[in-house]
Ligand binder design. Sequence first.
Ligand code: PEP
Ligand code: MG
Length: 594
Amino acid sequence: MTAQVFRGIGVSPGVAIGRALVIEARRPRAKREVLDPSRVPAEIARLTKALEDTRRQITEVQGRIASEVGAQYGRIFDAHLLILEDRLLAEETVKYIQAQHVNAEYAVQEVLEPVRQAFSRIEDGYLRERRSDVDDVGDRILRNLLGQRPTIHIERRGETILVARDLTPSDTAALQRESILGVATETGGRTSHSAIMARSLEIPAVVGVESICAHVKNQDTVILDGLEGLVIVTPDREILGHYHARKQHLDYLGRTLHKLGSLPAETVDGYRVRVTANIEFPAELAQAKAHGAEGIGLYRSEFLYLDRPDLPTEEEHFAVYRAVAEDMQPRPTIVRTLDFGGDKLASAIHLATEENPSLGLRAIRLCLHRPEMFRGQLRAILRASAFGPLRIMYPMISGVAEVRAANALLHEVKAELTEAGIPFDKAIQVGAMIEIPSAAVIADLLAREVDFFSVGTNDLIQYALAIDRVNEQVAYLYEPLHPAVLRMLRTVVSAAHNEGIWVSMCGEMAGDPLYGLLLVGLGFDELSMTPASIPLVKRIIRSITYSQAADLGHRLFGCATAQEVEQLLRQEMRSRFPEYISSAPSGHSRASSD
Ligand code: PEP
Ligand code: MG
């Protein structure tokens, strides 16, 4: 049998070798059955029971995921419970059964169809993706009514590689560390649910593998390389031997890497970079420390506002920030003030519908628009700063006036606390995120107003290149190495250093090993990233000299296109770190046979 090689996007590194379990894309379908009117009450009772069963199952899955993976992942299922508990769903279905005298499964299917269609028509990529939540809940109800088994059943624990078109959040619930070796899907991107969960469980995963399901059968031997973004189906003995050796080697490197966590990120010639962690929930602090974070470079505080009908109070803010400060000290934590709007939405903050939410009333603009809400958060951070080192950071700064307005509010809040005799860190550092091109261009002016910068490349790239960061159709144009992006980074770093302030990067680019050498060469003082990326980035920084990094930086600036930059950078990085850097740019390509 010939081996088939498929390329996708590696979203969780590592090699897995196992047997395929192909998850059928087939969704449950209900046939229309007309009932005798006397059977309608019994049918409604059947529906009620199915809804209760569904609720119980989702709560169980949520509890399991929360305890095995982390509370934040459990919250993915809150959206499912909200859909299920929406009174319209139950009421409309009952009405449908009463009016049409049909079976419950058919009624559920018909009631949900317009909702599905409405989600499909939404242009915003993030919201459109929520259709899979509606599908997931609908399928569960249908399966319960039809008496079918839940989606995935793993018989060969510890041997299985899941191959699927897409994995719903319920499917990913089956990804227990000991039973699944790897995951390959046709759809998805770096921020899809399955990618996030796989990374967190440290299971190798490749997404965006075109038509893989059509080419794999259950029980086929599959090799999955989450670093290179490769899936190899029915490999021959030679390929298998090669990958067994590679897997052993990577496992060994992983163990040695982990030991690096406690060492500083310092180049061979003594240039020191601070490596810190990005977190969304305090529950992630333990993971951050275990991987060797020297602090929290980005605490995305907006997650405090999610999944609740009301705003968090100042006391709630304070309790969380204090706990984080105490837990991390003496290491510093940067609390980013509320960054809402765009792809982040909260039910408690009612925003008018906007044509272009990413360019709308969000982040610092929203905070300055609602000063009372903002003051509560600032007071809470200041009060918590008496218990451990905290820093404040404003998101989405577009110009000096915004920084001044935010600082004026901060000044007032400090005066109130002083007046009331409430302790806080009088020298608390205040920084601006550089994630809008205008801020990068006037970084010299901004640097006079703050104590530090942190570059948010996720947004900076989206705004600089006009590429929606959640729209998979233009994902191929999302180029961190575009010469325009590199020039902005260089402008920002030199503006900061000219004014004597330090500069960090907290976008996803900071944690990607490919860019490690470049970012050191550009002169970043701090790199903040997802905790699991820390050991490898430290390893890269510890094995180079600053002058090698600076020299590479100069050479890269001579390139005219992102592709040229990437080719040169990848070549350089692969010659130094062949085991950690994939040979080809991630992207989609068709299968090839050996
Ligand atoms: C960024 O934009 O790079 C960033 C770190 O912020 P977020 O991803 O939360 O928008
Ligand atoms: Mg951002």
